[in-house]
Design a binder for this molecule. Structure first.
Ligand SMILES: Nc1ncnc2c1ncn2[C@@H]1O[C@H](COP(=O)(O)OP(=O)(O)OP(=O)(O)O)[C@@H](O)[C@H]1O
Ligand SMILES: [Mg+2]
Length: 328
């Protein structure tokens, strides 16, 4: 439903977006991640027809956004980064105005207004001028105008920015509830949001797409993917680490607070049975053993750190030397 083909945007000498392409279909929630200035908002503005690309094109349901912007915009709900809200209008005046622009009249407009004010919890502030609303409520008004005409495509630039934790949860639920029926792109700096909501992630940095995959496969890029945390009461010789290092499939063993972090060789899917077996054989008292908790944030940081050096380049799991790391 949403397609971008080789989108490029230059601002003078700055290339803000560099040959970005993707496709989002009904049922997809695509998370757009990237550091500040990566080109997320600029890409979204081109896809929604608010900015014309230097080259490349965007299509919404097969309609070329640049050639046929009115037709394309009918199919899009867009929450811009800083809502172009008419500050002096009240919430309902503004939404009525938007309904009219989108061709909704009479009963249809009233129905749409009721629906979005309920969805976005706006009833209590309906007669308040937008300029007097708190940031979170202004964000809700932005969300309400985006979904007012029930469009098949939603493009939401940081939809939960500035919301309190309850509201964040509400907006996530709202987005998830629409997912089956729509193609959705959202940008965010909150990585748990991507893990919780998105079935696809694009990480963009310096205007270029670095990855386009599922959150689940993204976590596989974590330098500690497959690592196991185990806590054992060592035998009297204190040789647990050496024993672990000698095990088949174990790449390295690092000391972490009270436990060992056992890193697998590349391609080892589940290390735990081997560790169980070693603990039994060595008569260790095993206190705990579980997959090491990994953060998508680490993957993001490795991929987008300013020096451009990825963690994989730094220390590929397959290149670690057994026994090289001294316990902390
Ligand atoms: N109108 C403009 N004129 C000149 N440069 C611009 C303009 N709009 C954006 N840029 C530049 O394009 C680059 C990408 O900006 P963009 O707003 O798309 O980033 P972003 O990924 O949305 O960042 P953030 O996470 O901070 O919202 C930045 O270097 C920005 O300064
Ligand atoms: Mg932005």
């Amino acid at each position: 439903m949403i397609q971008a083909f080789d989108l490029v945007k230059d601002f003078g000498p700055i290339r803000a977006v560099d040959r970005v392409g993707f496709e989002v279909n009904k049922g997809d929630i695509l998370g757009f991640l990237g550091p500040n200035g990566a080109g997320k908002s600029t890409t979204m503005k081109m896809v929604t027809g608010f900015l014309s690309p230097t080259s490349g094109r965007a299509e919404i349901g097969g309609v070329n956004v640049q050639e046929n912007p009115r037709e394309a915009k009918r199919r899009i709900g867009y929450l811009p980064e800083s809502g172009p809200l008419y500050q002096e209008m009240t919430v309902f005046e503004f939404l009525r105005f938007i309904a009219e622009i989108r061709g909704l009249r009479g009963g249809k407009a009233r129905e749409a207004l009721d629906r979005v004010s309920h969805l976005c919890h706006l009833h209590a502030v309906r007669n308040q001028p937008i300029e007097t609303l708190s940031k979170g409520f202004r964000q809700r008004v932005g969300m309400a105008q985006a979904v007012l005409h029930d469009p098949p495509c939603l493009i939401l630039d940081e939809p939960t920015d500035g919301l309190d934790p309850n509201q964040k949860q509400d907006v996530r639920r709202l987005i998830a509830s629409m997912a089956d029926e729509k193609a959705i792109i959202l940008s965010t700096h909150i990585l748990e949001e991507v893990e919780a909501m998105c079935n696809r992630v694009i990480i963009i940095s310096g205007g270029r797409i670095l990855v386009d995959e599922t959150p689940r496969s993204l976590i596989r890029r974590h330098p500690q993917y497959g690592a196991v945390q185990m806590q054992v009461l060592d035998n009297e010789h204190g040789s647990a680490r050496e024993t672990l290092l000698r095990l088949d499939g174990v790449h390295d063993v690092e000391a972490r607070d009270e436990h060992w972090l056992v890193l697998p060789d590349r391609g080892i899917d589940d290390l735990k049975p081997r560790l169980w077996e070693a603990a039994r054989r060595e008569k260790w008292r095993l206190i705990s053993m579980h997959d090491a908790p990994l953060k998508l944030e680490d993957v993001f940081r490795n991929l987008t750190r300013p020096d451009g050096e990825s963690a994989e380049e730094r220390s590929p799991p397959g290149a670690r030397n057994k026994g090289s790391a001294a316990p902390a």
